[in-house]
Design a protein around this ligand. Structure first.
Ligand code: SF4
Length: 402
C-alpha cells in the first residue's frame, strides 16, 4: 500500500483535494493516495471555461502593458483559440446542444463582460492566475490559485474568480465558500496594507457578480476547520479507511472501472448479450432477489394465515387448531405497554434503585458513537472491532435490455 501523507509529514492540500475527500473518500484514495491515473475526458464545459479564462487573462495582461484590446480583438482572440484547440473528442453531455452553441455562449460572456467593465479601471491588477502556497497552522500547505487579484484606491483587495457555469451562485453559497475564503487568508498574510478583502465571483453566464466578505474571526475559524479536516484525512490515510460514497457524482467518476461499488456493473455493460446473461454474479443476484421476493410474499401470506387462525380460534372459542401432522396453539396473554411519558417512568425506576437492572446498553447507539469518534477515549479503548458484512438487496437502474 502506498501512503501519500503519513502523520507528521507535511503535504500540499487544495480545495479540490479536500472536496474530493468530502465527496467520496474512496475516490480520494485512488486519486491522491494510490495516484491512479485515469483518462479524464475534457467536457465542453471544461473547454469553454479554460478558453474564457485565457481570454480574461490576456485582457488584463495586455492592460498591464498599457494595451487595451477592443471587444472585437478580444473576440477574435477567443475564436482563434477555440478554432486551434477544439477537437472532436471533447465530450458534449447535453446532446441537444452543439459545440457551436457553447462557442456562442463564450462569445456572449466576453462581450457582456467587456461592456460592463470597460475601461477596466475599477481596480489595479496585482495578480493574474496567481499561484502560491499558504502555510497552514499545522505546517501543511494550501494551494492558492487566484484568477484575478485587484486592489482599489482605498486598499481594498478583490479576490476574483470567473465562473462560466450556467448555475448561479447564491449569496449563502458564496458566504459559505471555502476556496476563495482561504485565498483571502493568503492575501491578508501577503498584503499587510489590506483594509478589506472582498471575494468576488464573476458569474459570466448571468453578467452578474456575487461578493462576499469574511471577518478575521471567520477566517481563523475557517483555518481551524481546514486543519481539522486535514487531520481527519491523514487519520483515514494512516488507517487506510476510505469508504465509497455512492451518489449522483458516481455517474461522472473516472474511477468507476476500478471502484468496488461499480466495477462489476462496468464489466457487465461491456459484455456481449450472451456473456452478460451467463455472468455468475448476475445470476446469483437474480436468484437471491427471486428468493428474497418469494420469502417476502410467503411471509405476508403466513401473517394473513396467522390472523385468520386467530380469528377462527376466537370464533370457535378454542385455543388449539389441528392440522394433519401439526397443531397451532393460540393463547391470549397479557403484555405490558410502556407508558408514553418515559421520563417519569425512568425516574420512578431510578428512585426505586431498579434502573440499572431494567435498562440495557444500546448497541447501535454505541456503535454509531464509536464510528463517529464521539466516545470518550477511555471508553473507546475498551472496545475492539471485528469484521462484519452488511448485505443489502436493492433495485438497480437498468442500463440495458436483458
Ligand atoms: S464511482 Fe462513486 S463511489 Fe466509486 S470512487 Fe467514484 S465517486 Fe466514489
Amino acid at each position: 500500500m502506498k501512503i501519500y501523507a503519513i502523520m507528521g509529514e507535511m503535504a500540499n492540500y487544495s480545495n479540490s483535494r479536500v472536496s474530493t475527500y468530502d465527496n467520496c473518500p474512496y475516490q480520494y484514495k485512488l486519486k491522491y493516495v494510490d495516484k491512479v491515473e485515469a483518462p479524464t475526458p475534457t467536457t465542453i464545459e471544461m473547454f469553454l471555461g479554460d478558453i474564457v479564462h485565457r481570454v480574461m487573462e490576456k485582457l488584463y495582461k495586455d492592460l498591464q502593458y498599457q494595451k487595451t484590446n477592443t471587444k472585437e480583438e478580444l473576440l477574435a482572440f477567443y475564436q482563434d483559440l477555440w478554432k486551434k484547440e477544439y477537437s472532436e473528442d471533447i465530450l458534449i453531455v447535453k446532446k441537444e446542444y452543439s459545440a457551436e452553441n457553447y462557442k456562442k455562449m463564450g462569445e456572449k460572456f466576453i462581450s457582456d463582460y467587456y461592456e460592463t467593465y470597460h475601461p477596466f479601471d475599477d481596480v489595479n491588477i496585482i495578480g493574474l492566475e496567481t499561484k502560491d502556497k499558504l502555510l497552514l497552522p499545522d505546517g501543511n500547505y494550501w494551494s492558492v490559485r487566484i484568477d484575478k487579484l485587484g486592489v482599489d484606491a482605498e486598499n481594498n483587495y478583490y479576490v476574483c474568480d470567473y465562473k462560466t457555469n450556467s448555475r448561479m451562485i447564491f449569496q449563502e453559497q458564496a458566504d459559505a465558500d471555502r476556496q476563495l475564503a482561504m485565498y483571502s487568508v493568503w492575501v491578508r498574510d501577503k498584503f499587510k496594507d489590506a483594509k478589506k478583502i472582498f471575494l468576488k465571483w464573476h458569474m459570466l453566464a448571468f453578467n452578474k457578480e456575487v461578493i462576499s466578505e469574511r471577518t478575521d474571526e471567520q477566517l481563523e475559524q475557517l483555518q481551524q476547520d481546514v486543519v481539522a479536516k486535514i487531520k481527519e484525512i491523514e487519520q483515514a490515510t494512516a488507517d487506510n479507511k476510505f469508504p465509497c460514497n455512492i451518489d449522483g457524482l458516481c455517474n461522472y467518476c473516472v474511477y468507476r472501472e476500478i471502484c468496488p461499488s461499480f466495477s462489476h456493473l462496468v464489466q457487465l455493460e461491456e459484455k456481449p448479450p450472451q456473456e452478460y446473461k451467463d455472468d455468475d454474479g448476475l445470476k446469483m443476484v437474480d436468484e437471491y432477489a427471486y428468493l428474497a421476493k418469494s420469502i417476502a410474499e410467503l411471509d405476508k401470506k403466513k401473517e394473513e394465515l396467522r390472523q385468520a387462525l386467530i380469528e377462527y380460534a376466537r370464533q370457535k372459542k378454542i385455543d388449539n387448531v389441528f392440522g394433519t401432522s401439526d397443531k397451532v396453539s393460540i393463547k391470549e396473554e397479557e403484555k405490558i405497554v410502556m407508558p408514553e411519558d418515559r421520563e417519569v417512568f425512568i425516574k420512578i425506576l431510578k428512585d426505586n434503585g431498579l434502573y440499572e437492572k431494567f435498562s440495557q446498553l444500546s448497541y447501535s447507539a454505541i456503535n454509531s458513537a464509536y464510528k463517529n469518534k464521539k466516545l470518550p477515549p477511555e471508553l473507546a479503548e475498551k472496545l475492539r472491532t471485528d469484521q462484519t458484512i452488511r448485505f443489502t438487496l436493492s433495485q438497480r437502474k437498468k442500463s440495458r435490455e436483458e
